[in-house]
Design a protein around this ligand. Structure first.
Ligand code: WT7
Length: 638
């Protein structure tokens, strides 16, 4: 594989950037010409951010799996596509060559077909980080089914909400999953979810942990049995479904500032081009290298930089089942050493948590294979950046700080490893093809350098979301209605004297806890489901390891002799049940009232300041209905 669109110098970056702004259609058609299309496009781009409609490469036909697998078979057939490292280092790792991946994907694609799954059907995938997860994703794409992967940490209720929203009739899961010293009963969680989803026709269950599971006649089948059927049918192939560039590839749910999570929709052509383009450029991937993204495929980072980006580039992608701290805090470094990883892409929260274990776990391993480091998911603090640089990269590996979102499909703002300089805590510069703009509250552009504002993007890029599933108006409202003709990211940002971008965090009611996106409204709704809770308000506060922690103010009217500690536990448990353990509040403060304006709006600004411990900086409280509640909350204890 060669990548003619890989930018190799700062000068080339400048030239490519200019071209992408002056002649965007030509720029992107040049990039797209290096993929395999069944039929070329009629038009590179049609767009209108007001509606919004965004169409890239319309009229073109393709199947993304032909680009991720088939086209590599001739030259890379015997090269590793996926290296799988199990949770337990004592268990054998697995390597799937491109040829083996091909065989497994077409085989499982036939399983999907045998089970009545057709183009356009929605398939929910709820699995641990095993190679079969990537195989299931690709098999869906092969037959044109729309996958919706749900992270293995989400609760039965969250799965049910997503299944209902996506009207998904098919589920692929595992009996259980290993994560560190824990065993998660995935099929049991699915069973609980399906009580509310009688429309689900089929559940395909992979064996991983041999946890006892219930298998319902007529609904549940074993992955392994289904594979055997395909083998005896003796059809080793599965023609790839011909897809329109703008056909849906997948739905991925993510939290917003209001309501339930929304299903972000990505389409086949643009997403493929953009994930590959950004992968090859940001990480400066070279053929033969081993790329290790530590995210879970249940998040967009895993979709774009474990599966689609690397595989479409013919790369070797490492898929890790476990966690950074088990059996000990040297697990990442062990994986890097064992598989001679060249690029490590992880989250600041993981770096911060590993820093806490000192250098012992690092020094036990040879990290000399590393060439490039990356971070994603939240702003990286300087201390973590320097630790990563010194102790992991040994000051010889560029660190790419990659800013993007579920909605953007791929990295939008980042330095390019070794090509454009990195600056601690700055995402730095937009990729060619990306046109950021900062605006003030009124949507007026903040021009020049040394300024800050709300980060928007003013021109489409191929990887952007097209809609939110089943509710286009919500997509418009959320991203395109705040500022006229702009895509609004929800992030605050500053641009320094040299034009480098630094993301300062969300300006809406979305929290970023350990790199996971959680809506405050969602957590409040879950807390309010606890009997005895009258009302609650949730805000974020700075947390040393998680980046942000969840702080909940709760009005509780249980029995008068309740034990605060037990009630806190029960509230946390309620949230874990309704959303998942990742959304459990870190702190719960009982209050008798919440600071509200006369129109009944909670003044979160004040609650945030109190949670941050900045009680002397509350600002103007004169518009409050009852300023005395602020005094009470300030003096209250946790
Ligand atoms: C939000 C998107 C797609 C990446 C994984 C998270 C924050 C992401 C950075 C970064 C500062 C970052 C933003 C963004 N974020 N990367 N490099 N520096 N902040 O995807 O769950 O859709 O969350 O994560 O606030 O809006 P996500």
């Amino acid at each position: 594989m060669s990548y003619p669109y890989q930018i190799r110098s700062a000068e080339q970056y400048q030239a490519a950037y200019k071209k992408s702004v002056d002649h965007p259609e030509e720029f992107w058609s040049d990039v797209a010409s290096h993929f395999q299309w069944r039929k070329p496009w009629d038009k590179v781009l049609e767009w209108d951010f007001k509606k919004p409609t965004i169409k890239w490469f319309s009229g073109a036909k393709l199947n993304i799996t032909e680009n991720c697998i088939d086209r590599h078979l001739e030259k890379l057939g015997n090269k590793p596509a996926i290296i799988w490292e199990p949770n337990d280092p004592e268990e054998y790792h697995r390597v799937l060559t491109y040829r083996e991946l091909y065989n497994k994907v077409v085989q499982f694609a036939n399983v999907l077909k045998n089970n009545g799954i057709r183009k356009g059907d929605r398939v929910c995938i709820y699995m641990g980080m095993v190679p079969e997860l990537a195989i299931a994703v690709l098999a869906c794409a092969r037959i044109g089914a729309i996958h919706s992967v749900v992270f293995g940490g989400f609760s039965a209720q969250s799965i049910a909400d997503r299944l209902q929203d996506a009207k998904a009739e098919f589920v692929i899961t595992c009996d259980g999953a290993y994560r560190g010293n824990k065993e998660i009963p995935l099929k049991g969680v699915i069973d609980d979810a399906l009580v509310q989803c009688p429309f689900v026709k089929r559940v395909i269950v992979l064996t991983r942990t041999r946890t006892a599971v219930s298998m319902i006649k007529g609904r549940d089948v074993w992955w392994e049995d289904e594979i055997k059927k395909v083998e005896t049918q003796g059809n080793p192939d599965c023609a790839a479904e011909e897809m329109d560039a703008e056909d849906m590839l997948f739905i991925l749910y993510t939290s917003g500032s209001t309501g339930k999570p929304k299903g972000v929709v990505h389409t086949c052509g643009g997403y493929m081009v953009y994930t590959n383009y950004s992968f090859v450029n940001v990480f400066q991937y070279q053929p033969g290298e081993v790329f290790f993204c530590t995210a879970d495929i249940g998040w967009i980072t895993g979709h774009s930089y474990i599966v689609y980006g690397p595989l479409s580039a013919g790369a070797t992608s490492l898929l890790f089942e476990g966690v950074p701290t088990w059996p000990d805090a040297g697990r990442f470094w062990d994986v890097v050493d064992k598989h001679k990883v060249n690029t490590l892409y992880t989250a600041p929260t993981a770096i911060r948590s590993l820093m806490g274990f000192g250098l012992g776990p690092v020094e036990k391993h040879d990290l000399s294979s590393l060439k490039v480091l990356g971070t994603v998911g939240e702003p990286i603090n300087e201390e973590a950046w320097h630790w990563y640089d010194e102790h992991i990269g040994k000051k010889k590996c560029p660190i790419v700080d990659t800013w993007w979102q579920t909605e953007t499909g791929g990295i939008l703002i980042s330095n390019m490893a070794g090509i454009t300089p990195g600056i601690p805590s700055f995402a730095t510069l937009p990729l060619p093809g990306v046109q950021p703009i900062l605006v003030d509250e009124n949507g007026k552009e903040v021009e020049g350098n040394g300024v800050s504002g709300n980060l928007c993007i003013k021109f489409p890029w191929p990887g952007m979301l097209r809609t939110t599933y089943g509710d286009h108006e919500r997509c418009r409202q959320n991203y395109f209605a705040t500022y006229d003709n702009l895509y609004f990211t929800g992030d605050g940002c500053l641009r320094d004297e040299n034009g480098n971008y630094r993301i300062t965090g969300r300006v809406d009611d979305v929290l970023n806890v350990s790199g996971h996106r959680i809506g405050t409204a969602e957590v409040e709704n879950a807390i309010n489901m606890h009997t005895g809770v009258v009302e609650s308000a949730v805000v974020g506060y700075p947390h040393d390891i998680k980046g942000q922690g969840i702080y909940a103010y709760v009005i509780y009217q249980g029995s008068s002799d309740h034990d605060d500690k037990l009630v806190r536990q029960d509230i946390a448990q309620t949230v874990a049940r309704i959303i998942g353990a990742i959304a459990k509040p870190d702190k719960i403060q009982f209050v008798s009232g919440l600071p509200k304006t006369r129109s009944g709006k909670i003044m979160r600004r004040i609650l945030r300041k109190i949670a941050e411990g900045e009680t002397d900086k509350l600002g103007d409280t004169s518009t409050l209905l009852d300023p005395s509640v602020v005094e009470e909350i300030k003096n209250g204890k946790l």
